[in-house]
Design a protein around this ligand. Sequence first.
Ligand code: C5P
Length: 306
Amino acid sequence: MQSVAARAPAKVNLQLSVGARRRDGFHDLVSVFQAVALYDEVRATRAEPGSGVTVTVEGEGADLVPLDETNLAVRAALAIAEQADVEPDVALHITKTIPVAGGMAGGSADAAAALVACDVLWEAGLDRPALLEIGAALGSDVPFALVGGTAVGTGRGERLTPALARGEYRWVFALAEGGLSTPEVFAECDRMRGEAPVLEPRVSDRVMAALRSGDAHALGRSLTNDLQPAALSLMPRLRSVFEVAAKFTALGGVVSGSGPTCAFLARDDLHHMELLFALSSTRHTRTAKRATGPVHGARVVEGSVR
Ligand code: C5P
């Protein structure tokens, strides 16, 4: 095999409950993730011996993506090469649809797609638990990008349990001008909490009940994100996006992860289009995208002998 492509989905957090800051700097959290049909693709192509891992990027926010070893896809390829005991000579090409630094785990999706593509390219034959372990070492959201669907994450967010979820949900994502740094949003959350005691995060019964019954209206009313006040504090203009969504009767809305992307639920196909148009043209959004969820996690889309 000379070349393998894989794609992995973006996520939205239906619930994100943030506990106290741990000694290692991370926060214990409870997160209910849903994978949505916005995908990044990573093509891994064998390269000349000695060329190492190189990366090129096209698509949404491509100029913002680092091309060195801070790129999670590069680190994913290096990790698979080590496990497979092969020289890490590979050219990665990333095609982005997921916003960069948007709170939708685009970097994690790239890592998950690179893990899956390189595992096949180098015939490493790693099983699911091994890929999940390597993924968790790369970033808290990488395991979910591998698994997809709807799942509860605990620990840093990397320990996953599938959630019983019915139905299909129609999301509109309002993309902001500029991004937010995840560590800065967590730090702002800590700052805003001050010395107040922090409750241990628990799974929301309302979110789980809404998912079990497949009720988009109930889910819309139950969306919660403890990082939302911090994201709004760092980017106050996001408030107006929620006002527009309310005017166009979104079933609910939430800042996605650490933001600044905001996610809104629509009632039906027509309302999905109406919300998309409304949120595409506000003063404070760069653009809007629509997608449904849940969808599957990272998968090979094509393996060719090119
Ligand atoms: O794991 P990941 O690299 O995605 O995390 C990025 C940053 O987000 C961490 O360095 C940390 O500052 C913050 N974070 C956190 N608690 C978590 C997950 C992430 O504080 N559970």
